[in-house]
Write a protein that binds this ligand. Structure first.
Ligand code: 5GP
Length: 183
């Protein structure tokens, strides 16, 4: 059964994602051109896995990649605000230029927690790149240095984003058919 059949509509196409990721990658390369040590991309699992893979290649400069996993919503579609670190970084980030790579900024609660935690490890710089940002939904202000796209306040899937662990492998960002959520 094709996963495409479960999609109600596509919000951001594969081509739009590729174009924007290339733009952001070039911007990041320029912004960190003077850095003494390679930029450390800290991707938040699992949603940002696909984005960081493409972004790292788009940067085309010296980068290192590390991963963190935090608890998410499980199979529901609402933010709980409760965050736990399920997998910590392998690297020590003290003195490093760190760029947190997120899939989507919704309420901002996850990132707020994560940034406070990472800041306490004394990185040289700490910035955020998010592929998607939900318009008007932020409960806590997050200063994102790079944002791919602003999206409406709907539950989206694809390009790393899941619903109950499915649809991460869609090449585009879309909204599921209403009946899928009832499964
Ligand atoms: P926040 O803490 O900002 O409310 O939520 C951030 C996390 O919630 C994201 O990293 C993502 O895992 C999940 N999330 C928020 N909105 C969506 C959405 O529309 N679709 C999916 N698949 N996950 C979302």
């Amino acid at each position: 059964m094709s996963i495409h059949a479960d999609i109600d509509r596509v919000i951001i196409t594969e081509e739009q994602i590729a174009e924007r990721v290339a733009e952001i990658g070039a911007q990041i390369r320029a912004d960190y051109a003077e850095a003494k040590r390679p930029l450390l991309l800290v991707a938040v699992l699992r949603g940002a896995a696909l984005f960081v893979a493409d972004l790292a290649r788009a940067i085309q400069g010296r980068v290192e990649i590390d991963f963190m996993a935090v608890s998410s919503y499980g199979s529901t579609t609402k933010s709980s605000g409760v965050v736990r670190i399920l997998k910590d970084l392998d690297e020590d980030i003290e003195g490093r230029d760190v760029l947190v790579v997120e899939d989507i900024l919704d309420t901002g609660l996850t990132l707020k927690y994560l940034l406070r935690n990472l800041a306490s490890r004394r990185p040289h710089t700490l910035e955020v790149v998010t592929l998607l940002s939900k318009t008007g939904k932020q409960q806590v202000p997050i200063d994102c240095k790079y944002t791919g796209f602003n999206v409406p306040d709907e539950f989206v899937v694809g390009y790393g984003l899941d619903y109950a662990e499915r649809y991460r492998n869609l090449p585009y960002i879309g909204v599921l058919k209403r009946e899928i959520y009832a499964d």
